[in-house]
Design a protein around this ligand. Structure first.
Ligand SMILES: *Cc1c(COP(=O)(O)O)cnc(C)c1O
Length: 391
C-alpha cells in the first residue's frame, strides 16, 4: 500500500526538542545519570489553589461541553487580565480560550495565512512557527539575527523583508529559545512598520511574567489604536502557572479574526477541557505570589549558568532577560549544533537542544528550568566537553 501523505504534512520536520527529551528520558530509564537541559517547561508544580479549583469543578460534575471558545467566566477573567496587566481593552467576544498557547498560535496562523502569503519569522524562533505557517499552505520567511544584536531584529531589517505577499509578522518577547526581550520602544518601532505596511502581528507573550532585573514586558498592541488593530496577542497558562500538561491557552484579537478562530475551533477541537478552564479562572483571579518565588529561583540559576557558560573555552553567552533559557554560542568549538548535542549526550550525558532546531546552528539551548544541583552538574560536564573540543 502506498500511503500518500499530504503535501502539508510531509513538509513538516518532527519536533527536535521533543526528540531530544525522549532520548534523554530513555537513557535515564536505562539507568544512566543524564542531566536534562532540554525541558521547555517549568520544574515547579501547578499552585495548589489552581488544582483545587479544577478538582472541585470535576467533583461537581462540570464535565460537559462548554462553548467552543471557552466559558464566559474565563473569557471575562482574561479580558480583566489584559486590562490590569497590559492596559488593553478587549470584549469577551475578542478572547478565545484554546488547548494551549501552541494551539492559539496555530489557529491564528490558520485564520490569517493562506497559499501565496508570507509570514516573517525572526530567527532564532520557536520551532513550531515555521511548521505552522507551512501547514497553512503559506511560506515562512526567516529573518536571521545573532547574539551580536541580542537576537533582535531592527525595524529596517523588518521593512526590507516585507513584500506585497507579507501577511503576518511573528513576534515572541520574551523569547524561546534566546531569553531575549525587546524594550517597549523597540516593540513600538517594529509595530510602526507593521502598521505602515498593513501587516498583522502575532505577538506570542506567553513568557510575559518571566522577566528579570525589573525589566518591563510591553505588549506591542498597546502603543496606539492602530497597533491594537494589527495585533493578535497569543498567551497561555503553561509558563506562568506551570500548567503545561493542562493544555490551556488563549488569544485576544480584533473581532473578525476572533470570529474566524472561533469557527476553526468549533470544527476542530471544540472547547478546551471544561474543568481545566475552572482551574484557569482560579489561576488568573487567585493569588499570584508563587511568581515571586519562582522568579527568584530562576534568577539565581540564570546568573550562575550565565557566568559558568562564559567562563568555558570557546563558549560565549548573552544574558537572558526573560523566559528560562540561555542560548550560548558554541560555534567556535568547531561543531555544528546537532553533532555538538549528540556528542554531548553520548560522551557527557547532558541533554541540550541544538540551535539548528530554532534556525541558528552555532548555538545550543540550555533550559534552566531544573534544579540548581542539576545545573551545577550539567555545566561541569559541559565544561569538560568544551575543554576537550577546544584543545
Ligand atoms: C511554551 C510555549 C508556548 C505554548 O505552550 P503551550 O503548552 O501550548 O501553552 C507558546 N510559545 C512559546 C514560545 C512557548 O515557549
Amino acid at each position: 500500500m502506498n500511503y500518500r501523505i499530504s503535501k502539508q504534512a510531509a513538509s513538516l520536520s518532527p519536533s527536535l526538542t521533543l526528540a531530544i527529551d525522549a532520548k534523554a528520558k530513555q537513557m535515564k530509564a536505562d539507568g544512566l545519570d543524564v542531566v536534562g537541559f532540554g525541558a521547555g517547561e517549568p520544574d515547579f508544580d501547578t499552585p495548589q489553589h489552581i488544582k483545587d479549583a479544577a478538582a472541585k469543578a470535576l467533583a461537581e460534575g462540570f464535565t460537559k461541553y462548554t462553548p467552543s471558545s471557552g466559558i464566559p467566566e474565563l473569557r471575562q477573567a482574561i479580558a480583566d487580565k489584559f486590562k490590569r496587566d497590559n492596559g488593553l481593552s478587549y470584549k469577551a467576544a475578542q478572547i478565545i480560550v484554546s488547548c494551549g498557547g501552541k494551539h492559539s498560535c496555530y489557529n491564528t496562523i490558520l485564520a490569517t495565512c493562506q497559499a501565496g502569503d508570507e509570514a516573517i519569522i525572526p530567527a532564532p524562533y520557536w520551532l513550531s512557527y515555521p511548521e505552522m505557517v507551512k501547514l497553512a499552505g503559506a511560506t515562512p520567511v526567516i529573518l536571521p539575527t545573532t547574539d551580536a544584536t541580542e537576537f533582535k531584529v531592527t525595524p529596517e531589517q523588518l521593512r526590507a523583508a516585507i513584500t506585497e505577499r507579507t501577511r503576518l509578522f511573528v513576534l515572541n518577547s520574551p523569547s524561546n529559545p534566546t531569553g531575549g526581550l525587546y524594550t517597549p520602544s523597540e516593540l513600538k518601532a517594529l509595530g510602526d512598520v507593521c502598521v505602515e505596511k498593513g501587516v498583522l502581528v502575532m505577538s506570542d507573550e506567553i513568557y510575559e511574567k518571566l522577566v528579570y532585573d525589573g525589566a518591563e514586558h510591553g505588549s506591542v498592541a498597546r502603543f496606539s489604536p492602530a497597533h491594537y488593530e494589527h495585533t493578535i496577542v497569543v498567551h497561555g497558562f503553561a509558563k506562568a502557572y506551570s500548567m503545561t500538561g493542562w493544555r490551556l491557552g488563549y488569544l485576544a484579537a480584533p473581532e473578525p479574526i476572533a470570529k474566524a478562530i472561533d469557527a476553526i475551533q468549533s470544527h476542530s477541537t471544540s472547547n478546551p477541557t471544561s474543568f481545566a478552564q475552572k482551574g484557569a479562572v482560579a489561576a488568573l483571579t487567585g493569588p499570584q505570589d508563587h511568581l515571586g518565588v519562582w522568579l527568584a529561583e530562576y534568577s539565581k540559576r540564570r546568573a550562575y549558568a550565565h557566568q559558568r557558560l562564559n567562563a568555558m573555552p570557546g563558549v560565549s553567552c548573552v544574558n537572558a532577560k526573560g523566559a528560562f533559557y540561555l542560548f550560548p554560542n558554541i560555534g567556535r568549538l568547531g561543531l555544528k549544533s546537532t553533532e555538538f548535542c549528540a556528542r554531548l549526550l553520548d560522551e557527557e550525558k547532558v541533554a541540550a537542544v541544538p540551535g539548528v532546531a530554532f534556525g541558528a546552528d552555532d548555538y545550543i539551548r540550555i533550559s534552566y528550568a531544573t534544579s540548581m544541583a542539576n545545573i551545577q552538574k550539567g555545566l561541569d560536564r559541559l565544561e569538560q566537553f568544551a575543554r576537550r573540543l577546544a584543545k
